[in-house]
Design a protein around this ligand. Structure first.
Ligand code: ZN
Length: 269
């Protein structure tokens, strides 16, 4: 998971449309009726959502790819803050990303806050009993890393030497940062799916091979257009987290260090 670029935004027309629908929810009299309104008004496809999907695609280097696992095709809009808990964020642009079925299915409405130094699970029950009391969650920080506004690399490291699993960033001393990393890894099952681990290993070898190919092509004096194409190939590959971690930790891996020393420009790709 990498931070999504925040310079991509919507047209005023699309923002107006989202505001209109959000206001219909916000003016409902109770938290419960706001949730009901959020559910009933979501999912109607129209021109605005075509634009939103297009902008989300631009955020992932022109690919329809899950922003959580970076592995699968995804073109369904996911609410980072679930609309069943945060109806006031149903039609908020910054609350959207792409999520694939295998990420979104198990995550569903699972959500937690960091309340008084611990993970406070605020997932609503799947089937609400008749006497269920709707309570607005406290205004605490969320336990899930939000790649629309935060850099996941602040909280996470990917072990690209051996296991290809995520771990909390070893430099973080604040226990809340570690809880956030652990909760995100668990709820998105980032380490629990063997195929993701295998795919990250393949991606690592693929990125490395492409970097070597670039080095050789550059040495052979190919045109700058051809070199740009090779860079684009790297930027459009699945598992950009692997590439970001290769850039961040290259100094600890001799073969990568040699490559990046020959190609210092690759740090900016
Ligand atoms: Zn996914």
């Amino acid at each position: 998971m990498i931070q999504l670029p925040n310079h991509i935004t919507l047209t005023p027309r699309a923002f107006n449309y989202l505001n209109l629908w959000q206001n219909k929810i916000n003016t409902e009299p109770t938290y419960e009726t706001q949730i009901a309104k959020a559910k009933s008004s979501w999912g109607k496809s129209n021109q605005t959502f075509d634009e939103i999907k297009e902008k989300l695609r631009l955020m992932s280097n022109n690919t329809y790819r899950c922003h959580y696992c970076e592995d699968s095709y995804a073109d369904e809009i996911e609410h980072i803050y679930p609309k069943d808990i945060f109806p006031e964020k149903t039609f908020i642009w910054e609350n959207y990303l792409y999520a694939c079925g295998p990420c979104n299915g198990p995550k569903n409405n699972k959500f937690a806050l960091l309340t008084n130094g611990t993970v406070n699970d605020i997932t609503p029950p799947q089937i609400k009993p008749d006497n269920y009391v709707y309570r607005r969650p406290p205004n605490d920080p969320i336990a899930l890393i939000d790649p629309r506004v935060e850099d996941p690399f602040y909280y996470l490291e990917l072990d690209i030497i051996e296991t290809f699993r995520f771990v909390p960033h070893t430099d973080r001393n604040n226990p809340l940062d570690i809880l956030k990393a652990e909760y995100t890894i668990e709820v998105l099952r980032l380490n629990a799916r063997e195929y993701l681990i295998q795919a990250r290993k393949h991606a690592f070898n693929n990125f490395k091979a492409r970097l070597i190919a670039y080095f050789e092509q550059k040495r052979n004096g190919v045109s700058s257009a051809q070199l740009r194409q090779l860079i684009q190939g790297i930027q459009e590959l699945n598992h950009q987290t692997v590439w970001h971690e290769m850039k961040r930790s290259h100094a600890y891996i001799p073969e990568l260090n040699a490559l990046f020393n020959h190609l210092p420009e690759a740090i900016n790709w």
